[in-house]
Ligand binder design. Structure first.
Ligand code: FAD
Ligand code: NAD
Length: 475
């Protein structure tokens, strides 16, 4: 067997691993990245990007349907649009191929070597990578673990990629299910469920908790609940999925409602989206002497594990399981290995759920800030009062921007928004929180008119008691 020795070995070419390898290469380190599947990992191949492509296509389809029904904008389409899922999926696959190829090129340019195959560790710094009959042993001074996460299966309702599907199956369906039941109204369930509702499926959610998207407060999720109601999507809260059954020769999803009664809903397809599990088995993690923190690999604020010069990033190390957290950790670890002084000291990991409407969370909600002992002032600006939102048909979905700041010094502690296109506001929100902006800084920043960003300035002014485009709150 050949042996390759290197300074840095990165295991996993997802959003955590590939930025680590690129940055290590840029810094002149001899780096090898091992990937068993395709470069890009969950996010590029079967997660963030393909799901957003499907969501985009579904939204376009729904909008065209509106023009077929009514000519409110003076635009009419003579008949209802149709969708061909095979073509939609092929278009989405084209984007994935382009991005995965792009990652390959970036790694090459940075001087990182890619080894294809599955890595199995015999000790903390040694692994064997198998690819068919080929085997190579890799010995490294530093190891960056970025093996990511995978779908959680319900033991009583195994994935079969046809009737009971995971998010990866949902992204390659060759048809629009007539009746789609979604188990779990979290990130994946809502994003994909709403997309299929737009594409024409009759969608039903079965969610164990008493609310959807529990990471966001009720004020934030209300516009999404309104959309679901308006579009005939049924949501069963406080209900636990129990398995597949048949009724009148049709597939049904059986579930137990809040009172313990068994119910069922027709479902030719069931999407199970009940969370993701870190990939910790099958690659010799147990031989590495690395401490665990529950089901995740335990790290400190430099992403160092308990084993010297073994680092871990991304979904493998815990919540939030988000691509931008993974990539920031990967890039940071490469710099630390190269001798730079870095640590994880972010005030927030921003989050966006690409629902209808979209929802953004940066920093603390007012309730979280209060629970942390802060005296908080809050300002809110509705998109119904934004000219830009109205001119983009984005003013009637109940959306708003909400800013929470410390009462004593007006430092912004959290910014939350819900509404069409608000994902694109998340960058300015993050910058404000990370830079310790005060309400006055945000209010004094000139926001381009007409843009949705004005709502952020107005929300800050509302918190200060003097918004321009809504009535000033009584104090
Ligand atoms: P992964 O991307 O899972 O990469 C791990 C890689 O390691 C894989 O390619 C795997 O093949 C490889 N690997 C594992 N073990 C080995 C081994 N022993 N040898 C060789 N290779 C190995 N996040 C967002 O921020 N925004 C979104 O919009 C978003 N949408 C999502 C939508 C869906 C449907 C899903 C499923 C996830 C979404 N996520 C989103 C989450 C995001 O995809 C993950 O947080 C991110 O991919 C984590 O990156 P990672 O590098 O830790 O792991
Ligand atoms: P999730 O944790 O967001 O939601 C899972 C939901 O399933 C929860 O609300 C839970 O109460 C419910 N549930 C669990 N068991 C159940 C049962 N037996 N019956 C009914 N409901 C049940 O998980 P997810 O939607 O699978 O997404 C996984 C992760 O992927 C997310 O946490 C997120 O980190 C990432 N992701 C992010 C984005 C984004 O950033 N836009 C998009 C998709 C996925």
């Amino acid at each position: 067997m050949k042996t390759r020795e290197c300074q840095v070995l990165v295991v996993g070419g997802g959003t955590g691993g590939y930025p680590a390898a690129i940055r290590a290469g840029q810094l002149g380190l001899d780096v090898v990245l091992v990937e068993a599947d395709r470069l890009g990992g969950t996010c590029l191949i079967r997660g963030c990007i393909p799901s957003k492509a499907v969501i985009h296509a579904a939204t376009k389809f729904e909008e065209m349907g509106k023009h077929a029904e009514s000519a409110e904008l003076g635009i009419s389409i003579p008949g209802a649009p149709t969708v061909e899922m095979k073509k939609l999926v092929a278009w989405k696959d084209g984007i994935v191929d382009k991005l995965s190829g792009g990652v390959k090129g970036l790694l090459k340019t940075a001087g990182a070597e890619v080894v294809e195959g599955w890595a199995t560790f015999s000790d903390a710094k040694t692994c064997v990578v198998k690819n068919g009959k080929d085997e190579v042993q890799i010995k490294a001074e530093h190891v960056v673990l970025a093996t990511g996460s995978t779908e959680t299966e319900l033991p009583f309702m195994k994935f079969d990629s046809k009737t009971v599907i995971s998010s990866r199956d949902a992204l390659k369906l060759d048809h629009v299910p007539e009746h789609l039941a979604v188990v779990g109204a979290g990130y994946i369930g809502l994003e994909m469920g709403i997309a299929f509702a737009k594409l024409g499926s009759k969608v039903t959610f079965v969610e164990a908790l008493d609310r959807i998207l529990p990471l966001y407060d009720k004020e934030m999720t209300r516009p999404i609940e309104m959309w679901l109601k308006k579009h005939g999507v049924d949501v069963h809260l406080g209900c636990k999925a129990k398995g597949l059954g048949t009724k009148d020769k049709e597939h049904v999803l059986k579930f137990e409602d809040a009172s313990g009664k068994e119910q069922s809903v027709r479902a030719d397809t069931v999407l199970v989206a009940v969370g993701r599990a870190p990939v910790t088995a099958g690659w010799g993690l147990e031989n590495m002497g690395v401490d665990m923190g529950g089901r995740f690999v335990k790290i400190d604020d430099r992403c160092a594990t308990s084993m010297r010069n073994v680092w871990a990033v991304g979904d493998l190390v815990g919540e939030p399981m988000l691509a931008h957290k993974a990539s920031h950790q990967g890039e940071m670890v490469a710099e630390i290995i190269a001798g730079r002084k870095r640590r994880w000291d972010h005030l927030s990991v921003p989050a966006v759920c690409f629902t209808e409407p979209e929802i953004v969370g940066v920093g603390l909600t007012p309730d979280e800030a209060k629970a942390a002992g802060e005296d908080v002032i809050v300002g809110k600006f509705p998109f119904a009062a934004s000219g830009r939102a109205l001119a983009m048909e984005a003013g009637a979905d109940g959306g708003f921007v909400r800013v929470a700041a410390r009462a004593s010094d007006h430092v912004v502690l959290g910014i939350h928004a819900v509404g069409a296109h608000v994902a694109e506001l998340s960058g300015e929100f993050s910058l404000a929180v990370e830079m310790g902006a005060r309400l006055e800084d945000v209010a004094d920043t000139i926001h381009v008119h007409p843009t949705l960003t004005e709502a952020f300035g107005e929300a800050a002014m509302a918190a200060l008691g003097h918004p321009i485009h809504i009535a000033a709150p009584k104090r």
